[in-house]
Design a protein around this ligand. Structure first.
Ligand code: DGY
Length: 328
């Protein structure tokens, strides 16, 4: 059976597919496929391993023969899951294996924003490191502060662990449901969204992009945060309104920001956020460690192999397609 892969993935994942006797074709060009190209490539394929592609209704309806789609990501906001489910195509993602690496990135961005680190690095490159000024370049200390986690899933918990362990930060969180394990382990307190904004010194976003979270952090929300607060987003750029974020930072409504995801992506090089001292931006590299990317590729390959055997995927996004007793 044949598997089409939309990007070059780590050898660890490829090997699993080959060991399972599958024919593999990878898209090696450094650009996204158009919808028509993807449809064409998938005509040959029984399964699709997808990274960085929008999988909308047009593509899915034209590729209804696919036995499985495995995403090389935990996020699946780029896939029309409703259509895939209607067509009975199982879709898998890669939860869990990237939680630590993504939380590391959130922690890094929090620190970098708090200490103006990326900006200060650039002053050296620009030849501006001259004499010592006791009142210049001052950052924020995080010890004893409050971390507000928006979305206390696996990645949120990892970020909370790091902040509690490193800085003794108090943890508050807002989530659809209470996370009793996080409450027990970290003494985290479930609060309303308004309380989260009011109490937090750092707000870190770890929720999925959904119709409810899209544009959630806008001007009105930034206004309810502390003027000393740092906003961190490693989830999806569309969860914040970037114009409103720029304006909140320029007008000192909030103090700083750390972003691994931007709105839109890629961010343009003349974006004002890139020249603000209290802002740190990375190009969506949250899960980019060798270990994590290997683990993601292996999990995605595992989803493909299971799907092609007609078995339930190890990590299905739409388990509701399994209605029979064989899969339940
Ligand atoms: C994920 O896995 O969702 C990462 O953000 C990469 O897209």
């Amino acid at each position: 059976m044949n598997v089409f892969i939309t990007r070059v993935i780590p050898e660890a994942g490829l090997q699993l597919l080959k060991d399972a006797g599958l024919q593999v074709k990878q898209w090696t060009e450094k650009r996204k496929l158009t919808v028509d190209e993807l449809i064409e490539e998938c005509k040959w394929a029984d399964a699709l391993l997808s990274a960085g592609q929008q999988l909308g209704r047009e593509f899915l309806e034209a590729s209804a023969h696919l036995k499985v789609i495995a995403l090389n990501s935990v996020g699946y906001d780029n896939v029309d899951i409703e259509t895939a489910t209607r067509l009975k195509i199982p879709v898998g993602n890669t939860p869990g294996v990237l939680s630590g690496a993504t939380a590391d990135t959130a922690f890094l961005l929090m620190m970098a924003a708090a200490r103006n680190a990326f900006y200060m690095h650039k002053t050296i490159i620009d030849g501006e490191w001259d004499f010592f000024e006791p009142t210049a370049n001052l950052g924020k200390e995080l010890t004893g502060g409050t971390l507000g986690v928006f979305g206390m899933g696996k990645i949120g918990v990892e970020m909370a662990r790091r902040c509690a362990g490193a800085f003794g930060m108090k943890i508050v969180y807002h989530n659809r449901n209470r996370n009793l394990e996080a409450e027990q382990e970290l003494g985290a307190t479930f609060v309303s969204f308004e309380e989260l904004l009011r109490q937090s010194d750092v707000i870190s976003v770890h929720t999925a992009l959904t119709p409810e979270t899209e544009g959630k952090f806008d001007a009105a929300v930034f206004k309810q945060m502390k003027s000393s607060a740092i906003f961190v987003n490693t989830a999806r750029g569309k969860i914040h309104n970037e114009e409103d974020l720029i304006s909140a930072l320029q007008n000192k409504v909030i103090w700083g920001a750390g972003l691994d995801v931007t709105n839109p992506e890629p961010m343009k090089s003349d974006n004002p956020l890139l020249t603000m001292p209290n802002v740190a931006v990375l190009p969506h590299i949250g899960s980019a460690t060798e270990t994590t990317r290997d683990a993601m590729a292996k999990l995605a390959a595992g989803n493909i192999i299971a799907g092609l055997k007609g078995e339930k995927l190890p990590s299905p996004v739409n388990p509701e397609i399994y209605t029979d007793s064989q899969h339940n």
